[in-house]
Write a protein that binds this ligand. Structure first.
Ligand code: MN
Length: 287
């Protein structure tokens, strides 16, 4: 494997005092395959009622991909979906031409640990009908003292159920006692790994929690050592062959698409609809 880049995730405030660490995009690395956004929330403990609370906001031309590790979060969207996501589950929301959603920890909840990802849609799918899917069961197996959950794509002869539109993979690897995994890689994919708890070693380099390891492409195998009480997220995908623009909660394939999304959100265009039953405020786009 070539030189591995180490990129420190940076803190960002989601509002309501909930601080997360953002590993993608960064100045050094915009994307890994079609994965274009990675926020790591928690692990954090809070008094009941003081958990995550993200008001109604729009998305375009992307899929939001939520991997929940601890806590319970309620998702509501402008298609009328109301879904609680629990540990070990994935929510996949396909924004396409436009969708609005709100997310909040359940009222009695005291913990949160999650990875919130976005996947850029290729231009052929950017304006597709919006959709929401909840995946309560994912492929899981044990190897080398580690528990592996396949979140997205195909790996180890198994395929995750999420409906994707680019060649991608996502894997959660967790170990209580510590271990090592030998991962077969696709040389056409670029890869990145983010420790979500504990620490990992790749070759002679250690990566602590929230230190993103960008691995590039061309490798066919990778061995990762996990310290005790470690969890990591592996992302991979074919390098995304199109230019995208990301601004606030929008992805677009040109600046005009972003400007139009902003105008449509501000003017209350029916493209974005309402989140029924949500009493919180509607988030405003920055100027
Ligand atoms: Mn969102």
């Amino acid at each position: 494997m070539k030189t591995i880049e180490k990129i420190a995730a940076r803190a960002a405030d989601l509002g309501n005092g909930m601080v997360i660490r953002r590993a993608l995009p960064s100045r050094q690395r915009r994307m890994v395959g079609a994965w274009c956004f990675l926020d790591h929330a928690g692990p954090v403990e809070f008094p009941p009622g003081k958990g995550m609370s993200v008001g109604a906001h729009p998305h375009t031309a992307l899929q939001t991909f939520t991997w929940l590790i601890e806590g319970e979060v309620l998702h509501r969207d402008s298609l009328g979906n109301v879904q609680v996501i629990r540990p070990g589950q994935v929510n996949l929301m396909t924004a396409g031409r436009g969708i609005v959603h709100a997310e909040e920890s359940l009222p009695d909840e005291r913990r949160l640990h999650a990875a919130q990802l976005w996947i850029a849609l290729p231009s052929s799918m950017a304006d597709c009908e919006p959709a929401f899917d909840h995946y309560p069961e994912l492929p899981r197996w044990l190897t080398g003292g580690c528990a592996i959950t396949l979140l997205a794509g195909t790996f180890g002869g198994k395929t995750a159920p999420a409906r994707l539109h680019s060649p991608l993979v996502g894997l959660d690897v967790a170990s209580g006692q510590g271990g090592a995994v030998d991962l077969a890689l696709d040389p056409a994919f670029e890869y990145g790994i983010l420790p979500l708890e504990g620490s990992i070693r790749i070759g002679a380099t250690d990566f602590a929690i929230d230190e993103f390891a960008y691995l590039g492409s061309g490798a066919v195998a990778l061995t990762v050592e996990l310290a005790a009480d470690t969890r990591m997220l592996l992302l991979g995908g074919e390098p995304f062959g199109e230019q995208i623009v990301m601004w606030w909660n929008f992805v677009g394939h040109d600046k005009e698409a972003i400007a139009k999304a902003q105008r449509d959100w501000e003017s209350g265009d029916p493209r974005f609809g309402e989140v029924a039953g949500h009493e919180g405020k509607r988030l405003a786009a920055p100027a």
